[in-house]
Each structure stands twice: as C-alpha cells, then as structure tokens.
Design a protein around this ligand. Sequence first.
Ligand code: ADP
Ligand code: MG
Length: 482
Amino acid sequence: MNNGGQKWETVVGLEVHVQLATRSKIFSGASAAYGAEANTRACAVDLALPGVLPVLNREAVCMAVKFGLAVGAQINRESVFARKNYFYPDLPKGYQISQYEKPIVSGGTLAISTGGAHKSIGITRAHLEEDAGKSLHEDFHGMSGIDLNRAGTPLLEIVSEPDLRSAAEAAAYLKKLHTLVRHLEICDGNMQEGSFRFDANVSLRPRGEKKLGVRTEIKNVNSFRFIEKAVQFEVRRQTKILDGGGAVAQETRLYDSAADETRPMRGKEEADDYRYFPDPDLPPLLLEEDFIAAVRASMPELPEQKAARFIRDYALTEDDAETLTAERGTADYFEAVTAACGDAKSAANWINGELAGHLNRENLALDQSKVSARALGELLRRVNEKIISGKTAKEVLQRMWNGEGESADEIIAKHGLKQITDDGAIEKIIRQTVDAHPEQVRQFRDGNEKVLGYLVGQVMKNTQGKAEPRKVNTMLRKILSA
Ligand code: ADP
Ligand code: MG
C-alpha cells in the first residue's frame, strides 16, 4: 500500500487543463486546429501586438457552462478576465489572460469509484483562460525553438478540492473527467497532443489531523498510468522525509517516467508573484438566464445517467454499464447492437468479449470496427433464434471481420452453418454413431455414465458441431436406454 502507511494520510488535489474544442482561439478568429506548420496560426491578437483588442469566443463560454452544468456547479452570472503576469519565452506578451477572483464556474462534484467504493470529489472552480505557445527543445541543436501556434487556444482549467486520498483515486478522478469532457464534446481528449493535461498537488498529514500538510506540485505527466506512479513516488518520498523528522519543501516537481521519480523543478510561486489584475481590454463576462437555459437544453445525456439507464432498462451489471458508457461511441454501438438483436446481455458480452478481442489484436478503436453494429446484432439474433450456436457465431464473426460478406445470413448460408433443428435428422446421426461404437454402448449400459460424454462428442463431430449438445445428450440417453 502506498497510502502513507498508518501514520500519514495522503492528500491530493488536481488541476486539469482541458483544451476546448472550439474552431477558433479564445480571443481571436485564428484557427485553433492542431498540427499546422510552426508559427502560422498565431495572429496579432494572440500575440497582443499594440493596437489590437481581444474579443471573447462565445463557443468557449458555452463549453465552460456545459461543463459547469454537468458537474452540478454554480454558473456565475458575472466573471472577470484577469492578466496573470510572468515572463517565459513561449509567452512573449508577458501575461496570460485567465480568470482569477471571479471564475465562470464555482463548486460542483464528480463521482468516482475505486475498488467498488464510491466517493464524491469536490470541484473548487473551473475557469477560462488562454494557452501559451510551446518551447521545442528537441528539434534544434543547442537551441530551443518557439512555436506560437498554441497561443490563445482556449482552455478550461478545472481545479479539484484536496479530496483525493490515494494515487488510485487521483487516476480514477482524471479518467472520469476525461470521459465527461469527451461526452460533452467540449474536448477531443487527445493526451498526446496535450488536449487534456494535469498537475497533481500532493501532501501528507498525520492521520486524524485536519490541517493540510505542505504540498508539492507534480507537473509534466501525460498519462493515467504515470500520474498514479508519480503520486505513489511522491508519497514514498514525503513519507521518508516526515518519518525522518524533516520538512517537505513546497515546490514544483517534474515526473521522469523513465527513472520513475519526481525531481525538483522550481520553488513554487505564490499568487502574489503574478500581479493579477482585471484585464482592461475585456469587460466582465455577464451571462443571461436565457443563455444558460439554452446551453442546458443542448446538453447530451451524461455518462452517469447513461450508465444508470443501461442498468435500469437493459438489466446490465454495474461493470458492464460502466465499460459500455466510458466512450460515447461504445454506448451508441451497444444500443444499436441491442436494437438489432433484442438481447442486451448478449450484446454486452459480445462487445466486451469476442469483438473486443478482434479490436485489440489489431489495435483498433470501436469506431474502426470492421463489423458494424447492425451486422453484429443480426448475427446475435441468429444465435438467440438457435439457428446457429454461439461457437459457430464466433466463426461467422471471424469471417465477417475478414470481410467475407457483410451479413451473417449470407455467411451462414454460404458455408452451411445452420444448426440441425430437425429431430429426425439428429436421431439418424445418433443411431449411426451408436451402431459404430458397440463397445462404448455396452459400457454405458453396464453403468459407466462417463462414456455418455464421449458418445455425445462423437455425435457432435458427425453433425460438424451443428446440433445443440444439450438436445443430443437427451436424445442419446433416451435411445440408449430404450
Ligand atoms: P495554485 O496551485 O495555482 O497555487 P491552489 O492553491 O488553489 O492553486 O491549489 C491548486 C490545487 O492544489 C487544488 O487542486 C487544491 O485542491 C490543491 N491543494 C492545495 N493545497 C493542497 C495540499 N496541502 N495538499 C494537496 N493538495 C492541495
Ligand atoms: Mg497550481
């Protein structure tokens, strides 16, 4: 266990930067699309050249409100943009426009579950801000390049309360948030491209103590697995310091995934260092009730509501409901398969089982599946109707996956895979099998029950697996005891 043992309690608070999926920047009309040639996408406003004025992007505001409503937060009718002043090469204008004292979203909660335990994590605030440019340290020899394309890209910074008590809870919170922002379609969630970035604040305190301990802030982590490892490392490091009677230094640390350790980066700034003041170029943002109502009306079904509905309407287990609602596309696929086959349980089993196997082998996402939801649904319907067995269905799915015709019926007909349902036909094969195995039949009649399994296997073989084993079993028993 890495929860600080008995003596210390782990406390984690997370700051997440969600890049909003708007077409243009937060204060200018420049394109916010990722991947353009360096320094071709930052306009005069993004760079704050003299004489230009920022104009707030309405789409970014809608997205922030959407998020606030999704976590049950307070949407502030008035919020204020402030300048956060600091120098850094990727911020040539010398300040970042952010929200400070009056953010657009306050409060709210996110429910997480770890190892079956449910917990509600408080959200302190979510505010709108612009991103800075990017320093490129790897592309040049002995020099760093600056790409300002990202300058002015809209971000929603979501700050949690220090409510998390372990590395696992921190990872669960981040995954939940990641799912939510993609469901809301306010962020593409691409972590390689930096669309979803996070910092973890970690401290320890004696168990039972109310006051928070001194924290460090871990930056530069870009995967759920690494944030868990980084927090675990930090807990071990701080435990050692405190156990030895030392004091943790408040600082910013970088996580090095290769060495699996955090290292000091700089002393932590205090808010005072930034000389925040309201941006004189931007009036306070005032939201009308009508605007908020319109955003509310446009909200999609939330992952949790969807999961609850799946449990209620489709009688899914909590686990199935959770995996099937983690991605909006997966949930849609599941519902389409269920509609086509009329059996939610087998839809869930096949999507999470056999289909997931095919996808994983080729490293594909569900939206790249070579078998459509409708085609899978029709296949499962044939299983339910007992036209083919589950085992045969796997073979048919493999053939569909290989591109041998789109419809299950086509493949079943072409390869003669239909189950034999005609009792007369099965009986004929049973009698032939019985005649061919006089020795085993004698043993069975002498009371050796185990031979029956062997004989069933022989019959199944003679039907090329196209009879129902249970039915064969019953009929065989009857014939043998006649
Ligand atoms: P900043 O890091 O920008 O100074 P805050 O002081 O508001 O901002 O804190 C940011 C994050 O750090 C929040 O998620 C908060 O919950 C968390 N945090 C603050 N104090 C502690 C602490 N002692 N231990 C763990 N997390 C903390
Ligand atoms: Mg911070």
